[in-house]
Design a protein around this ligand. Sequence first.
Ligand code: GDP
Length: 524
Amino acid sequence: MGFIEEIKRRRTFGIVSHPDAGKTTLTEKLLLFGGAIRVAGAVKSNKIKKGATSDFMEIERQRGISVATSVMGFEYRNYKINILDTPGHQDFQEDTFRTLTAVDSVIIVIDAAKGVEPQTEKLMNVCRMRKTPVIVFVNKLDRPSQDSFDLLDEIENQLQIKTRPLSWPINSGPDFKGVYNIYNRNLRLFNANVQEIEDSIEFKDINSPELENYIGDDASVLREELELVEGVYPEFDHEEYQKGNLAPVFFGSALYNFGVQELLDAFVEIAPYPRSSQTEEREIKPDEKDFTGFIFKIHANIDPNHRSRIAFVKICSGKFERNKAYKHIRSGKQLRISSPTAFMASQKEIIEEAYPGDIIGVPDSGNLVIGDSITAGEEIHFKGLPSFSPELFRYIENADPMKSKQLSKGIDQLMDEGVAQLFTSQFNGRKIIGTVGQLQFEVIEYRLLHEYGAKCRFENLAMHKACWIECDDPKTLSEFKKRKHQKMATDKRGRDVFMADSGFILQMAQDEFKDVKFHFTSEF
Ligand code: GDP
């Protein structure tokens, strides 16, 4: 197969949802279709139950699993599919956001009874920022659900994206009869009692009286609703979908493996193959000859006996080859990757080559960090996703004077992994950890102890926001820094950050220094 064909047959995507909407279940069913797993239940949920006291033990247990399921590659029809897993827990949403920088499209799972939930909105915001094409899967139709038209309205309003149903449910809950596939014009009947999926029935003409034989009186309702669909929604516009302006919608029940094949079959046909990537220097096209890629995830200390890490590299252009000399742009050093791994069917294996759209695992001893670019030689820097201002802040202190070296090494590495953000006070040199959720502090404390033998202590810090500041006039900037000296900190990349105690204080500072720009994300 030629280089271009290899690119065109790749589908690299993420499945996201508000917790419990059915992301894990859907992922598993997709893997079943791909033959990547044989039995249901083989995909371990890497979900952390909220409020469980054993949360971080659970995280530890799951870290091993989550490497294996971070990327799930499999073949389906003639397509090479890569599913990128994302943590469902909102305390780890930054991790999810970063993973979304490496996908070419997204499937959003929505619970048909609950509709759009808060986490769904946040995830959609990130997709919108990046113009990532989105397909919506409305799940759990086997349970009493909201009216389908209402759901579509809710998606349009709350997720701010136009929708176009490509399948349509016939009732829900105990009366759920099945789904009419608008895209392929056939009917699939739901039967909760059989394990196997029944064959779909071709129905080019929905007005055929045959329909009554299958779904009885529901046939007339279905006809009416489909007529309404065709009246309300314009034809599915593939281009608008690929631009991220229009979300095709499918209905089904992941638990019963229903509507999933329709989703997958349409997905491989309409979802984009690897797209161009933005770098600071220029746009990179996947079919360029030279290899380029970037690191979107680091997974450290999988084996407690070895200080090893795996860097996840998304290939953006060119063919990747094992043992070839590439350039690690940040350090300027040559990088020869001798044991790159592929993530096929949740097992790792060493590979000789890989193509744009693929993710490879690169063993690393601590030189690679999230956001790094690797190329065949050209000086390019991929644009990642900015860090957002954390919401919770604490001083981190050494609780064991004998282990201060271990502590700072541990902190450094965990920050490289993107577990949280570190700021150093310019006033007193103290280290401040910023997170989006309480659980992250627990993870940091636990991992510092178990992986680095270091004990830490947190001290509460009432802080509102971290603002990256910038000013064209160096004099004003230095005046600002002098005046706010006690509240100035430095982020990991050495940039100035103003730590605002409260919204009020931030407002005062903004009023006082009109020429200073306050940014709430790290990239501007
Ligand atoms: P996630 O948090 O989004 O990964 O959700 P899970 O896939 O773990 O599903 C959460 C719960 O909903 C589990 O108990 C699933 O068995 C259940 N579930 C998932 N899909 C369906 C469905 O289609 N119908 C029903 N009735 N339950 C479902």
